[in-house]
Design a protein around this ligand. Structure first.
Ligand SMILES: O=C(CO)[C@H](O)[C@H](O)COP(=O)(O)O
Length: 222
């Protein structure tokens, strides 16, 4: 089974968490795109969808699904999104698609975060995927120097501007053995919008597509 089929399997399993009348947060990336397509087929009568990126909003709209502004909703019952790495404590690295800041905002506004991925994203510890950091263009060099002081080796993502008009530094070499501490340290650098460590707001449910079927892990009472 190819990776894309495993992503689709996890995405379709996330429909179990969607109930009629809900406001649903929707992530960004190829796995989230499978989730959007599954929503289009399932036609659940939800109140609407809060997208984590312009691309996600456009895909939702193209399927006739109602897009809501986060500023017009209260807390969101459920957010569904992919990840680049997942550890056994439901902590994540995200931002491979560069949407990490809005993704973290929508995830933080959600009562339940359902993370969908193929099983290759499952890691014993975080740190093999280069950590995306969204940075104001004005502060790019300053922030890069601070990341070097933290032990990292940042590189500017080529030809990429985020939905918020910012650049992404992809950082290798950081010690992520304490993800909460590193998430907070990086976010305290002036000029950083956010970084792709999701440890302060972890996933609540992880659905992994695997050749043996969907592996379901839950971090909270259902
Ligand atoms: O964080 C993300 C986008 O910013 C994605 O969720 C992450 O990169 C996983 O992508 P994919 O589902 O395409 O493997």
């Amino acid at each position: 089974m190819d990776t894309d089929a495993l992503k689709r399997m996890a995405a379709e399993a996330a429909l179990d968490y969607i109930q009629p009348g809900m406001v649903v947060g929707v992530g960004t990336g190829s796995t989230s795109n499978h989730f959007i397509d599954a929503l289009g087929r399932a036609k659940i009568s939800v109140e609407g969808y809060v997208p984590s990126s312009i691309g996600t909003a456009e895909r939702l709209k193209s399927l006739g699904l109602r897009v809501l502004d986060l500023n017009d909703t209260g807390d969101i019952p459920v957010y569904v999104d992919g990840a680049d790495e997942i550890d056994p404590h439901f902590r994540l690295i995200k931002g491979g698609g560069g949407a990490l800041t809005r993704e973290k905002i929508v995830a933080s506004a959600a009562r339940r975060f359902v993370c969908i991925a193929d099983h290759s994203k499952d890691h014993a510890k975080l740190g093999s995927f280069p950590l995306p950091v969204e940075v104001l263009p004005f502060a790019r060099s300053f922030v890069a120097r601070q990341l070097v002081k933290l032990g990292g080796n940042p590189s500017l993502r080529n030809s990429f501007t985020s939905d918020n008009g910012n650049v992404i530094l992809d950082v290798v070499g950081l010690d992520l053995s304490d993800p909460v501490a590193m998430e907070s340290k990086i976010n305290s650098i002036p000029g950083v919008l956010d970084n792709g460590i999701f440890a302060l707001r972890r996933a609540d449910v992880v659905l992994l597509g695997s050749p043996e079927g969907v592996i379901r892990r839950s971090n909270a009472p259902q």
